[in-house]
Design a protein around this ligand. Structure first.
Ligand SMILES: [Zn+2]
Length: 286
């Protein structure tokens, strides 16, 4: 499932490829992708003649800023955009086609068919579902330590599900939450309210570093994409902990184990991320 860095990469790539293009015609082949408006024909008609001014991101959502409208798109599990010539043969699972006036075409493919698109008059998209309740944007300047602490510090919830909740902080999915908690040395089952100021500072920095590093790696896939043909690929992550169960921790060599926290598969180094750190520290201090 794409997380913030992947969506950011897709956003940057699309900005390079389709900004300034004007939509001549839209064809929806799978109506369920279009969540708003209800009338699919209206979706197709409203987009005709609209120029793509830019593509922005909010959490894991793409916002296509058009002349009069904003199209909000979520890729969910398998959604992909690609830019083609209109004469290119249609690949399987292509559900929405945006034909431009220059005879190029943006195509939306989605094997699992979970992706969504919403169309709003410009400016209304941030006040309505699905964007209206989204939390802090971790790569924005507004994601200060104070803002992070205010959202997180007083909650009695376990830290991992709290970080996954998009109403607090957006864009961190299962991979990057495990990576961030590992980097900060925090066990995923710690209660948020039990974290010391120092731990919160480490976690705040770890979230930014994990996401920013991944965005940077994603940047290199932009070039390879532009030089290649067809489709925007997801980049390979440099992961320290996610998916590395039964392997040695990169920091300490201890075996990483996998468990379930808040219903999600979770990877932990028992030495780098002790569950009872505070209690142990208190004993040592005595
Ligand atoms: Zn370790």
């Amino acid at each position: 499932m794409p997380e913030l860095p992947e969506v950011e990469t897709v956003k940057r790539t699309l900005n390079n490829l389709i900004t300034g293009k004007t939509i001549a015609q839209v064809q929806v082949r799978l109506p369920r992708i279009i969540q708003k408006p209800d009338d699919i024909q209206l979706f197709e008609v409203l987009l005709q003649g609209q120029t793509i001014e830019s593509i922005e991101r909010r959490g894991k959502f793409l916002r296509f800023i058009l002349t009069d409208y904003v199209m909000v798109s979520h890729l969910r599990m398998e959604g992909r955009y690609g830019v083609y010539d209109t004469s290119d043969p249609l690949e399987l699972h292509t559900h929405v086609l945006f034909r431009f006036t220059d005879d190029s075409e943006l195509r939306y493919k989605d094997v699992r068919q979970f992706g969504t698109m919403h169309l709003f008059p410009r400016g209304e998209e941030l006040t309505q579902p699905p964007l209206h309740k989204l939390g802090l944007e971790p790569l924005d300047e507004g994601f200060t330590f104070e803002a992070f602490r205010d959202r997180i510090a007083h909650r009695s919830t376990k830290i991992k599900p709290l970080l996954l909740n998009q109403e607090y902080i957006v864009g961190i999915g299962n991979i990057y939450v495990d990576e961030s908690l590992f980097l900060a040395g925090i066990h995923p089952e710690r209660e948020a309210s039990s974290l010391s100021k120092k731990e919160l500072m480490l976690l705040h920095a770890a979230i930014i570093k994990t996401l920013a590093d991944s965005v940077e790696v994603g940047g290199s896939s932009i070039k390879s994409y532009v030089n290649g043909q067809g489709e925007i690929g997801m980049f390979q992550h440099q992961l320290n902990i996610y998916g590395r169960q039964s392997q040695a921790c990169n920091k300490c060599g201890t075996e990483i184990y996998k468990t379930v926290v808040g219903g999600r598969g979770t990877h932990i180094c028992p030495v780098c991320q002790p569950l009872k750190r505070q209690r142990i520290r208190k004993k040592l201090e005595k």
